[in-house]
Write a protein that binds this ligand. Structure first.
Ligand SMILES: NC(=O)c1ccc[n+]([C@@H]2O[C@H](COP(=O)([O-])OP(=O)(O)OC[C@H]3O[C@@H](n4cnc5c(N)ncnc54)[C@H](OP(=O)(O)O)[C@@H]3O)[C@@H](O)[C@H]2O)c1
Length: 214
């Protein structure tokens, strides 16, 4: 698939690198330095390259939105026309000092995005896992037992694509339901983020939530 990375920091940088290593065509965009984007593309290998948000969006089958909530409008404006695009969002709707969700309980950041980008297909994914564990999960992707990763959305085909990508990274994709389930996933994502920074075992603990039952 052609993947455009909107936001090439901790999450976008790692996820983009792993998507490239899993065989996808990746364009890294949106960092404060073009050199950083070029470095990420070089390290990722394959056909990964650096570009602008508009270039990342143009050919993309899937866009990964991985910016702080305060940068969402800016990166979307730079990306341009997004009607029909599948957007995987790992962005949590956090306030400026990253202490609280600014959209919660009766709505979610994912639903807010769906309202802001009319015509785009939004799937919320990857916001319940700390970036620190992504490389380790990818390296262990041949293991019989894979850690679960929940995602949600209203677009059936978009969710099938998301599930393939989640699986390519070494996780067992768990469909949590429609986009409004992000009202529960986002507070959970915040909890995971807080746990991830609790001591040295935080990142390990934070993603070890196994699927219950079947
Ligand atoms: N990190 C995690 O473990 C984690 C886990 C779950 C969910 N999330 C969510 O994922 C999203 C991204 O988090 P992150 O930790 O990856 O953030 P991050 O490391 O700060 O990355 C954000 C990206 O946006 C770029 N950026 C910021 N301001 C910019 C500007 N003015 N112009 C151009 N580029 C700019 C940064 O550029 P630079 O590269 O130059 O800094 C960086 O590439 C957030 O919504 C967060 O809530 C993160």
């Amino acid at each position: 698939m052609n993947l455009g990375i909107l936001g090439s920091g901790l999450m976008g940088g790692k996820l983009g690198t792993l998507f490239a290593r899993a065989g996808h065509d990746v364009v890294f965009s949106y960092a404060r330095s073009q050199e950083k984007l070029k470095g990420l593309a070089r390290d990722a290998g394959g056909r990964a390259r650096a570009g602008t948000p508009r270039e990342a969006a143009q050919e993309a089958d899937v866009l990964l939105l991985a910016v702080h909530w305060s940068r969402v409008d800016d990166v979307l404006k730079q990306a341009g026309h997004l009607v029909g695009k599948l957007i995987l969002s790992c962005s949590l709707p956090m306030n400026a000092d990253d202490t609280e969700l600014v959209v919660a309980h009766t709505s979610s950041g994912a639903e807010e995005l769906a309202r802001r980008i009319s015509g785009a297909r939004i799937v919320a994914a990857f916001n319940t896992v700390p970036s620190e564990v992504l490389l380790g999960v990818f390296e262990g992707r041949g293991n019989a037992s894979r850690p679960s990763l929940v995602y949600c959305g209203d677009d059936t085909r978009g969710k099938e694509t998301a599930a393939r990508l989640i699986s390519d990274l070494g996780f067992d994709p768990v469909d949590a339901g429609p986009l409004r389930i992000a009202r529960y996933m986002e507070p959970f994502g915040l909890l995971v983020a807080q746990l991830a920074y609790e001591g040295e075992v935080g990142p390990e603990l934070a993603y070890r939530f196994e699927r219950c039952g079947g």
